[in-house]
Design a protein around this ligand. Structure first.
Ligand code: UD1
Ligand code: CA
Length: 472
C-alpha cells in the first residue's frame, strides 16, 4: 500500500479567515483540547500513511506557517495571497500537486476526521479509479453545509447552503469537504470554475460537477458516522467537537486500561500518552505532550500540561503541574504547583501549598508544607521544614540555591540566593541564610530571644487604667 499512497498529494486548506469565530487568530489555529484545529486533520493524514502533504495558508498565514515549521516540519506551506474561495486555494498549489497522480483535498477545519476514513477513501479511489471521489454524510440539521444534489442522469452537483433553492435545502446529504481528484482532470476543470455565485468565490465544489460532466466518473463515499465530518466554523462548533474528541480520546485510553472515575468532567488532550492502569479522579485536565506511567493516580481537579509522571506516583488534587517531571512513587499535593522544569525525583514528596519552579527535589527528599522552592537543587533524603523559601530574586537577577543530601532545614528558613548548603547540614528554624553552610554544620541566623517578665500583667493593668480614664 505504501507505494500506492505515494502517488497522492494531500492538500490541507487552511487559508480562510473563519469570520464566524470573531477572533484575531486564524480559524485553523483556534484551540481544540489545547491543540490547533489543524493539528487533527494533519494527524489523521499522517496516521493514514499519506506522506506528501502541503497546507495552503493565507489569513494569519505567518502564524500558521510558524506552527507548521515547528510541529510538522515535513508539511510545506503554500501561500494563497487573497482568499477568493476553496478552488482558488487549490489553484494556488497547482504547481505542487500537478507533480502527483492524485490530490486529496482536506479542509483544515474538519478535526474529527479519522485516519481510517482517509485511507478507506484512498483505497476506494484506487480500486474504482474514478476521476473524483468525495465523502458525503447525512446530518439531521444540514444547515450551513454544501448539499449533495444527485441528478437524474447520474450526475452530481454540490450546492452551498446560501446558493440553494428551497427543495435543495431539504437535502440532508452534505459535502464533507474531503475529496480526491485525478490531477490531470482537475487541471482541466479548475480553469473553468467561475465566481458567479452569492459570495463571488471560486468553489472547489464546482470542480466535482465539472469533472462529472466532462472528465469521467465521480464516486461518492457516504460516511455512516454523523459526527466525523462536522466542520468547525463557530465557537459553538469548537465546543461540540471538543466534547466529541475528548470522549473519543478517553474511550481509547479506557480500552487500554485507564480507570477514569468521571469521563464527563475529565479532559485529556490528543498528545497525552497513558500507560495501562492509570487512575484519574473527577475534574482532571491533562494537556500537551504529557505521559503518565502505570499505577499513577491523578487527584481531582488537577491540571497537568507537558508533564511526565512516573510509575505509582500520586498527585493529590487539586494541583497544577506544567513542564515538569514527577518521579516514580513520588507524592505531590494537594494544592501543589510545579512549573518551569521542576523535577520531583523518585519517592520524593512535595506537599500542601508548596510551589516548585525550575528546581530538582532529590530522591526521597521532602518538602511537605507551605514552601517556595525556585532555581534550587535539593539533595537526596533532605527534609525541608514548613514555610521555607528560596529567595531567588533580588529584583534584577535570579540566583540559585543548592542544598545537599540528608540535610535538615528548620521551618521558616530563608535561603538568600546565591547560597549553598553542604551534605548533612542543618539550619535552625527561622534562620535567614545568606552565607554558604559547610557540610555537617548548623546554621543559626536569627535574633536571640529575650523574655520580659510579667509582661501580660503589665499590659492588662495599662488597659484597665485607660478604660477608667474614659469613665467606664
Ligand atoms: C465547505 C464546502 C461545503 C462543505 C463544507 C464542509 C466549499 C465552497 N464549500 O464550506 O460544501 O459542506 O466545507 O465543512 O468548498 N479556505 C482557504 N482559502 C479560501 C477559502 C477557504 O484555504 O479562499 C479554507 C478554509 O480555511 C477552510 C476550508 O477552506 O479550512 C473550507 O472553507 P470554509 O469557508 O470553512 O467552507 P465552508 O463554508 O465550511
Ligand atoms: Ca468549514
Amino acid at each position: 500500500m505504501d507505494t500506492e499512497l505515494d502517488s497522492f498529494a494531500v492538500l490541507i486548506l487552511a487559508a480562510g479567515r473563519g469570520a464566524r469565530m470573531h477572533s484575531g487568530k486564524p480559524k485553523v489555529l483556534q484551540s481544540l483540547l489545547e491543540e490547533p484545529v489543524v493539528y487533527y486533520p494533519l494527524k489523521a493524514v499522517q496516521d493514514a500513511g499519506l506522506k506528501n502533504v502541503s497546507a495552503v495558508v493565507g489569513h494569519g498565514g505567518g502564524q500558521v506557517e510558524t506552527y507548521l515549521k515547528r510541529e510538522w516540519p515535513h508539511v510545506g506551506a503554500i501561500w494563497q495571497g487573497e482568499q477568493l474561495g476553496t478552488a482558488h486555494a487549490v489553484m494556488a498549489a497547482r504547481q505542487w500537486w500537478e507533480g502527483f497522480e492524485h490530490v486529496m483535498v482536506v479542509s483544515g477545519d474538519v478535526p474529527l476526521i479519522q485516519a481510517g476514513t482517509l485511507s478507506d477513501l484512498a483505497g476506494k479511489h484506487l480500486r474504482a479509479a474514478p476521476k473524483c471521489s468525495f465523502i458525503s454524510f447525512l446530518l439531521d440539521d444540514p444547515s450551513g453545509y454544501g448539499r449533495v444534489v444527485r441528478l437524474a442522469d447520474g450526475g452530481v452537483r454540490i450546492i452551498e447552503d446560501r446558493d440553494a433553492i428551497e427543495e435543495e435545502l431539504e437535502i440532508h446529504e452534505i459535502n464533507s469537504g474531503v475529496y480526491i481528484f485525478d490531477t490531470e482532470s482537475l487541471s482541466v476543470v479548475i480553469e473553468k470554475i467561475s465566481r458567479d455565485n452569492t459570495l463571488g468565490e471560486y468553489k472547489i465544489t464546482d470542480a466535482v460537477a465539472l469533472i462529472g460532466e466532462t472528465e469521467g466518473d465521480v464516486n461518492i463515499v457516504v460516511s455512516d458516522d454523523r459526527s466525523e465530518l462536522l466542520g468547525v466554523n463557530t465557537p459553538n462548533d469548537l465546543a461540540v467537537t471538543a466534547e466529541i474528541l475528548n470522549r473519543r480520546i478517553i474511550s481509547g485510553h479506557m480500552r487500554n486500561g485507564l480507570k477514569c472515575m468521571d469521563p464527563r468532567t475529565t479532559w485529556i488532550g490528543p498528545r497525552v500518552s497513558l500507560e495501562p492502569d492509570v487512575f484519574v479522579e473527577p475534574g482532571v485536565q491533562i494537556w500537551g505532550k504529557s505521559s503518565i506511567a502505570s499505577g499513577a493516580r491523578i487527584g481531582a481537579y488537577s491540571l497537568l500540561r507537558n508533564v511526565t509522571v512516573g510509575p505509582g506516583a500520586v498527585l493529590f488534587g487539586p494541583s497544577v503541574v506544567s513542564d515538569s517531571d514527577i518521579g516514580g512513587g513520588a507524592e505531590v499535593g494537594p494544592f501543589a504547583v510545579l512549573r518551569g522544569e521542576a523535577v520531583v525525583s523518585d519517592s520524593a514528596k512535595v506537599g500542601r501549598f508548596v510551589e516548585v519552579k525550575k528546581s530538582r527535589i532529590g530522591v526521597g527528599a521532602k518538602v511537605p508544607h507551605l514552601s517556595y522552592i525556585g532555581d534550587a537543587t535539593i539533595g537526596e533524603e533532605t527534609n525541608i521544614g514548613a514555610g521555607t523559601i528560596t529567595c531567588n530574586y533580588n529584583g534584577k537577577n535570579k540566583s540559585k540555591t543548592a542544598i545537599g543530601d540528608r540535610c535538615f532545614v528548620g521551618s521558616d528558613t530563608m535561603f538568600v540566593a546565591p547560597v549553598s548548603m553542604g551534605d548533612d547540614a542543618h539550619t535552625a528554624a527561622g534562620s535567614v541564610v545568606t552565607k554558604d553552610v559547610p557540610p555537617g554544620a548548623l546554621a543559626i541566623s536569627r535574633a536571640r530571644q529575650d523574655n520580659i517578665a510579667n509582661w501580660s500583667a503589665r499590659v492588662k493593668i495599662d488597659g484597665k487604667e485607660k478604660k477608667d480614664d474614659e469613665g467606664n
